[in-house]
Design a protein around this ligand. Structure first.
Ligand SMILES: O=P(O)(O)OC[C@H]1O[C@H](OP(=O)(O)OP(=O)(O)O)[C@H](O)[C@@H]1O
Ligand SMILES: O=C(O)c1cc(=O)[nH]c(=O)[nH]1
Length: 193
């Protein structure tokens, strides 16, 4: 088949949209109860990312949707401990960018690294996170990686549950590119009920 006659979906690298992903993720990992979040906030809802990350088909669908969100010029992906690591690994298998595994705290023996993998100095890193609420975990990582000489401008996340219409990471000049927002998950939930 010539390029001129090939259907558009076959010529683009990005996979087509996944219209049932929000409903499937919501059904799989939204929990109700009382949860203390990383930030100290108390919430009556929690997205247990490990429930989708442990499902190979769902993890693959999330990673597929992330491919088109990776900015041009990315040299390394950076998955944040712990939940960001499997997602970054799945994404890396698709885009073939090498991946860093970014610890919350540098290891205290051996290589003593915060970011496991290739050297970060002077490299353009796109972060990969599971859930963003206040952006605190991402902010900590950005500061550490920039202090080590990395260029970090974008974070891709599976679920952005930060307040709608605001960029929780504007203060550190980081763009947030979510696969799913809380509003999309709420909409999918409402449609399913
Ligand atoms: O945007 P924030 O307010 O920082 O909240 C979101 C962060 O909180 C969770 O981290 P946790 O330490 O529970 O993660 P883990 O299970 O991935 O280690 C989540 O995985 C994000 O990293
Ligand atoms: O803010 C958090 O700590 C948080 C919220 C959420 O929905 N899921 C999660 O894993 N962490």
């Amino acid at each position: 088949m010539s390029d001129a006659t090939r259907p558009v979906d076959e010529t683009t690298a990005a996979p087509s949209a996944d219209p049932t992903l929000a409903a499937d993720i919501d059904a799989c990992c939204r929990l109700s109860g009382e949860f203390t979040l990383r930030s100290g906030q108390v919430s009556h809802e929690y997205f247990d990312k490990y429930l989708f990350e442990s499902d190979p088909a769902l993890l693959a669908r999330v990673a597929d949707q992330m491919v088109a969100l990776v900015p041009e010029g990315t040299e390394l992906l950076g998955g944040l401990e712990l939940g960001g690591v499997p997602i970054a690994t799945a994404l890396s298998a698709r885009t073939l960018h090498p991946t860093l595994f970014v610890r919350k705290k540098a290891k205290e023996y051996g290589t003593c690294k915060l970011a496991e993998g290739p050297d970060v100095a002077g490299r353009r890193i796109t972060l990969v996170e599971d859930v963003i609420t206040t952006g605190g975990a991402v902010r900590d990582a950005v500061r550490e990686l920039r202090a080590a000489g990395a260029v970090v401008e974008v974070v891709i996340c599976a679920i952005d549950r930060s307040p709608e219409g605001e960029n929780p990471l504007a203060d550190v000049e980081l763009e947030v590119r979510p696969v799913l927002t809380k509003a999309q998950l709420d909409e999918a939930r409402a449609a399913a009920s």
